[in-house]
Design a protein. Structure first.
Length: 357
C-alpha cells in the first residue's frame, strides 16, 4: 500500500495525469492504464476515476477535430510550438487492453455500470482497428493501427508482450458479439511458435508474421523495432502468469515452463540475468533490470518457487528504497509499475470479479 501511495504522490497529478519523468515529462496511454489497473487492484476508486477521466479528456484520437474512435492516442506531451497535447495519434493496443480490463474489474468491484458501458464501447473499436485476419481465417492482435503495423499484404509486425489471454477471456464475458477467445488461441500460437527465432526460446520485443504462411521471422535491421529479448518482452512473463493464476490455464503454465528455462538457468549459474539478450542467446548489455526480475518473479512463483524466493530476496527487496518507497530511483516510472504489478499476489483480485455476472 505504501508504494502505491508513494507512486500516486510522485507520478500522478491532481487532475489524474500520469507523468513519465524519464521521457521529457510526457504521458502515455500505457501510464494511464497501469494506474487504472493498480487503482482497481488496491481498491482506490478515487484515483481510478481521476486517471480514467484524464485519459478520456486528453488522449482522444481526433481527425479534423472529430473523434476517430474511443481508443487512446499513445503519447501526449510538449509539442514543437511549446503547447501540450497529443504528439502521436497512433494507439497502443496493450494500453487499451489494460484500460478495458481495469474498467471491467472496476465496474464489478464498485458496482459502476457506467464503467462497463465505456469498456464495451472500447471493445468494439479495439476489435475493429487492432485485429487482423491471417492464414486460415485466424484473428491476430495488432500492436496498434493497421496502417502502422501491417507492413504489406502478408507481413505484419507483432509484439508478444501485448498478448493478454486473461483479458481476452474477460472480454468474451462482456462482449459475446466478437470472438475474443480466438485471440487467446492465436496469442499462445504466436508466443509458442515465434520463440523459435530465438536459439534459447525467449520471446522477442517485436516479430514479423507472414499471415499467408503462418511463419515468423525477426524484424529487419532497417526497422526501428528490434527482435531481441528486452524491456517489452519482460511483460510476457507477467501476462501469462496472470492467465495461469486467474483462469488456471494449462497453456499458460506450459508456456512458462518451457520458455523461461534459459533465464532460470542463467540465474542458477550466475545469480544475474542481463536486461537484453539477442536471438543467439548472448547478452547485449552488462546491466540488469529490476522490471525484468519482477516480471520473472510472477512467473517463477508458479513454476520454480525457490527461484522466485531468491529473486525476491536478492534482487527485488534490496532495490526497494524504504525511505522513499520506490524501486531503483524516483524517476523510474516503468520500473515502479512493473515491479508493483509483478509482486502483487494474483489473488488480490477475487475470483468473483473474474466471473461473468
Amino acid at each position: 500500500m505504501e508504494s502505491w501511495d508513494s507512486y500516486r504522490r510522485r507520478f500522478i497529478q491532481r487532475d489524474g495525469r500520469v507523468i513519465d519523468y524519464e521521457a521529457s515529462d510526457r504521458s502515455t496511454s500505457e501510464g494511464q492504464a497501469y494506474a487504472m489497473l493498480r487503482a482497481v487492484f488496491i481498491d482506490d476508486p478515487a484515483t481510478f476515476a481521476l486517471t480514467l477521466n484524464w485519459g478520456e479528456n486528453n488522449l482522444q484520437r481526433l481527425k479534423d477535430g472529430k473523434p476517430v474512435d474511443t481508443l487512446w492516442a499513445w503519447k501526449w506531451g510538449r509539442k514543437a510550438d511549446g503547447s501540450w497535447g497529443s504528439i502521436d495519434e497512433n494507439f497502443a493496443s496493450d494500453a487499451d487492453i489494460d484500460a478495458i480490463t481495469a474498467l471491467i474489474l472496476a465496474s464489478r468491484r464498485w458496482n459502476r455500470p457506467d464503467y462497463m458501458k465505456i469498456a464495451k464501447t472500447k471493445l468494439q473499436d479495439l476489435w475493429k482497428y487492432s485485429t487482423v485476419t491471417g492464414t486460415e481465417g485466424k484473428r491476430y492482435l495488432l500492436p496498434g493501427p493497421k496502417a502502422a503495423f501491417v507492413k504489406n499484404s502478408s507481413s505484419v509486425y507483432l509484439n508478444p508482450s501485448y498478448f493478454a489471454p486473461y483479458a481476452f477471456r474477460l472480454f468474451a464475458q462482456v462482449d459475446p458479439e466478437r470472438d475474443w477467445l480466438s485471440l487467446v488461441d492465436t496469442s499462445y500460437e504466436v508466443l509458442k511458435d515465434s520463440r523459435q527465432i530465438s536459439a534459447v526460446n525467449l520471446p522477442s520485443d517485436w516479430i514479423l508474421l507472414d499471415t499467408k504462411t503462418g511463419k515468423y521471422q525477426p524484424v529487419g535491421s532497417d526497422s526501428k523495432l528490434s527482435s531481441a529479448y528486452s524491456f517489452d518482452a519482460f511483460r510476457v512473463w507477467w501476462r501469462i502468469a496472470l492467465d495461469a493464476s486467474w483462469f488456471n490455464s494449462s497453456q499458460a503454465r506450459s508456456y512458462l515452463e518451457t520458455s523461461a528455462q534459459h533465464l532460470i538457468k542463467l540465474w542458477r549459474e550466475k545469480s544475474s540475468i542481463p536486461a537484453r539478450i539477442d536471438l543467439e542467446g548472448k547478452p547485449l548489455v552488462n546491466y540488469e533490470a529490476t522490471s525484468q526480475y519482477a516480471m520473472l518473479y510472477a512467473a517463477s512463483k508458479l513454476i520454480e518457487p525457490e527461484v522466485a524466493q531468491e529473486l525476491l530476496n536478492q534482487k527485488l527487496l534490496p532495490r526497494y528504497q524504504q525511505e522513499v518507497e520506490v524501486w531503483d530511483d524516483n524517476e523510474a516510472y516503468y520500473t515502479q509499475n512493473l515491479a508493483w504489478l509483478g509482486l502483487l499476489p494474483p489473488e488480490s483480485i477475487s475470483s468473483e470479479l473474474l466471473q461473468s455476472n
